[in-house]
Design a protein around this ligand. Structure first.
Ligand code: AMP
Length: 420
């Protein structure tokens, strides 16, 4: 071990487990790519104000969890704690919404940073795959995103997750509900910080995880009883579309994202094998966010799925992904001369698109063959002085152990047909 370790609340992805992580990320993204979502990549940091406005001044993420920094030039930046604000910022900056092609559908994948209290499933650096559909209000779009997340999890073999669904109302009906909720909450026995939250963001209080708070919330008014006609109809259609697709969901009238510009559809994917950190993914509609960050009105919906927690969910269900080894051919040179010749053969194979690795460091045949086995390669190419004198290399089938000489200039074609 070196003097240094990974920072608190972080971990390294290392082979061989990193291969499964990569496969999970690919699987989460695959349904999006096949549904018209284009890839977007934004910087790992942004103007701190973007998140203050785009995530919300009263959220834990902004008040407690952001990694902020002041640059030498005096700019106030923050490592991104989530993806939606950045992606919307990028879409507006590139005027994607003006290209006459709404909704703008984007997907992304990357690292996010939150200064949280680390525990299993809760890290300070984590990975998400996300999707945003910008500029369209259509219950089918909300349903599409929920379906795609469901499909992504199922493609990995996961079954132990549930979908929680709610509607947060809109500018029409939310204010009256908010006031009713505030009235109710003000009458409860709550700590100073929570009391402050009642005034800034009362819906967030419903999300309080403490048992003593939840006990008092039993009789709280529910938004579901205050939805306006338009929101009620919208929500009914989302539910109908999901039901028609055979997607099971649970109505959770307490599910909030808690910010004033989150509207209507809100959902969370929870996995019951994960303990306290059970949310594997979540999202919803955020019709007011664009205006919050200085853009035009652009009703939008999106989600983010946690890659780390999806990997934990696979472990919890005892699912091992079948990740095939990458290396197809492993070259083992015996001696100085063979090293040069085989190095050239390896380069040729790679140019021909055959995944090939090489035993570096002038190793003995035994240790080199061990590496060949470990690489998962189908074939080894072994050559010593005598082989070279004959103009051949030995092609060894790693599974059967059979070996045959192949002329040097025929190696690429031979392997191409064998690996077909
Ligand atoms: P959120 O933006 O908080 O709704 O997060 C979306 C998803 O990202 C969650 O459902 C988690 O799967 C994942 N996630 C959020 N925060 C963390 C964290 N600190 N560590 C690991 N995964 C996280």
């Amino acid at each position: 071990m070196s003097t240094f370790t990974a920072p608190k609340g972080t971990y390294d992805l290392i082979p061989p487990t990193s291969a499964a992580f990569l496969a999970v990320r690919d699987a989460l993204a695959a349904p999006l790519r096949a549904a018209g979502y284009g890839y977007v990549e934004t910087p790992g940091f942004e103007d701190v104000e973007l998140f203050a406005r785009g995530v919300g001044e009263s959220t834990d993420i902004v008040t407690k969890e952001m990694y902020t920094l002041t640059t030498k030039g005096g700019s106030e930046l923050a490592l991104r704690p989530e993806g939606t604000a950045s992606v919307l910022r990028a879409a507006l900056e590139a005027n994607l919404h003006k290209a006459g092609n709404l909704p703008v559908k984007l997907w992304y994948s990357g690292s996010y940073y939150r200064y949280e209290r680390p525990q299993k499933g809760r890290y300070r650096h984590f990975s998400q795959v996300g999707a945003e559909a910008i500029g369209t209000e259509d219950p089918a779009l909300d349903a599409e995103l929920i379906l795609l997340a469901d499909q992504a999890y199922r493609s990995l073999g996961l079954t132990g997750f549930r979908i929680l669904l709610n509607s947060l109302g809109d500018r029409e009906c939310r204010p009256a509900y908010r006031a009713a909720l505030q009235d109710f909450l003000r009458g409860l026995d709550l700590d100073e910080e929570t009391r402050r939250r009642i005034e800034i963001n009362p819906l967030r209080v419903l999300d309080d995880k403490r048992a003593e708070v939840q006990a008092q919330l039993a009789g709280a008014p529910l938004l579901r009883d205050h939805l306006c006609e338009a929101c009620r109809a919208y929500h009914a259609e989302v539910r109908e579309l999901l039901t028609a697709q055979g997607v099971a969901f649970e109505d959770d009238p307490r599910l909030v994202r808690g910010l004033d510009y989150y509207t209507r559809t809100t959902f969370e994917f929870v996995h019951d094998g994960l303990g306290a950190q059970s949310a594997v993914g979540g999202g919803g509609r955020y019709d007011g966010l664009s205006e919050m960050i200085g853009g035009p009105a652009l009703p939008s919906v999106g989600w983010a799925l946690g890659v780390d927690r999806t990997v934990l969910a696979l472990e919890a269900e005892g699912i091992t992904l079948d990740v095939p080894p990458v290396t197809s051919v492993y070259a083992v040179p015996l001696g100085e001369e063979a090293r040069k010749v085989l190095f050239a053969v390896v380069a040729d194979l790679r140019r021909a698109g055959i995944a090939t690795d090489f035993a570096y460091g002038g190793r003995g045949v035994k240790s080199a063959m061990k590496s060949a086995h470990r690489s998962g390669a189908w074939f080894a190419l072994v050559a010593g002085g005598r082989d070279l004198a004959d103009g051949v290399v030995q092609l060894k089938n790693m599974e059967s152990g059979e070996q045959e000489p192949v002329a040097l200039d025929a190696v690429v074609d031979k392997l191409r047909s064998r690996l077909g």
